[in-house]
Design a protein around this ligand. Sequence first.
Ligand code: F6P
Length: 556
Amino acid sequence: MSKLTQSSVWLALKKHYVDIEHVHMRDMFDADSSRYSKFSLQLGNILYDYSKNRINDETVKLLLQLAQAENVPDWTAKMFDGELINHTECRAVLHVALRDRGDKPIMVNGVDILPEIKLERQRVYQLAEKIRSRQWRGATNQAITDVVNIGIGGSHLGPMMATEALRPYTLHDLNVHFVSNIDENHINDTLEFLNPETTFFIIASKTFTTQDTMVNAETARQWYINKVGDDALINRHFAAVTSNIPLAMKFGISADNIFKMWDWVGGRYSLWSAIGLPVVIAIGADMFEELLNGAYEADQHFRTTPLQENIPVMMAVLGIWYNNFFQSQTMAILPYDQHLHRFPSYLQQADMESNGKYVDREGHRVDYTTGPVVFGEIGIAGQHAFFQLLHQGTKLVPADILAPVYSLRCVARHHRALMSNVFAQTEALMRGKTAIEARHELTAEGYHYDQIEQLLPYKIFPGNRPTSTLLFDTLDPKTLGSIIALYEHKIFVQGIIWNINSFDQWGVELGKQLAKNILSELNDSDNIDSHDSSTNGLINHYKHRRPGGAKKLHEA
Ligand code: F6P
């Protein structure tokens, strides 16, 4: 048994769960008119309402005791102080340094990293500004009209999500595209309508070895050379963001166009570094600074606010309450803002790559469940797709709802209708509909007694389905920065309580290793028998069915 599940507060929570399991939130709201004010918090213009959760004062007290007992404040200090908390890779975890606005040095291996961060950021801003102002010229002396970011995972999802989220702040005559998939359709579909003389590529890869990115980068370079025909001027059209500078140079990009990443920034936490270059090109340096300001504000809130008023801590312990006591396996992210349409995918990596782990910090298998399956979709789209399961399914799916009070391009008719859905869904999920209410409705609609009895079971909504709502004024860069940072810290707190390292990702290695071996087996049309019968069968089927399958194939 782990220390965690044997701890007195964990056992108290288990006992408390039995008390609360069958209590309906409806009744809790009826019994306590102060529930909303008691269970909501604010950071700047961001309101976090967690009152529609299956909690009472005792639950919150115990959950916060758990956070305290697992030393969340100490670990937070360790992270901000640059201790090597990513112990399996022997690295500090300092994405917070990338948005630090203070002047106190942040030391890694005896060196203050802030001057280098600022220097690199200025280089990013300079390149972005030249491209945005049309000063930057391609090989044929034309201004850049299209920027293509080639990267995957953390080198893709963060900048893509933020660029989409901040669309109203982007320049209209400059398009920013994102290519991640090694499937050639992705890059071909993207390049099909672009002019190589006015296209600029960013090869974003912390390691500069990720197969998907390197294959796409090579295709981009070939496309450029085939059309423009001048390898010598490649630097007019290519930049790299990486911590592997020698490999970027080997690719042909000169030092001037290489932007540095550091080993103390995890890929999925790297939006704030030069990985944000496409975002800076899209929205400009001033707005990117606002994004950093927002994140910094959330960092300060997280670092200095007592646990009971600390938004990321509350988000984290609620997740633990459902995950470990209600045994819910999932977590839904439901933004009611079209511009946040890639936010669920972004959070999926941030959360699942961080906390999808079964081995604790001491190398032991955990005896409790860790990170949830995170999924999500624009709320309105979800309502017409999978909300049926949220309302009447057999699984408990805690959901976060994110919505803006107003949209920048506000059309009142649209926005009011949108928001009516936000409020209606959280209410419906919480209250449900009782048999009495359903019977009344059917009677009012003119159904006969027999029909009512037949239909009734289907018309009942059990309710008691938890949601937390993040309501913010509007999706400006600062607010987006804060929201992202709140989630980063939520993930951190959960990792601490589960006693896992949220900052490595060994689980992605095995598939990569096997793919490397299998790739060499795909070079010819010979049947293979080196795997299990399913893998052999699939590979051999593929080899025989692919165009030219019967012939010996040479690597393209
Ligand atoms: O394979 C997973 C992963 O290593 C992620 O952690 C990372 O964000 C992504 O691949 C891309 O890695 P890189 O930036 O090194 O290309």
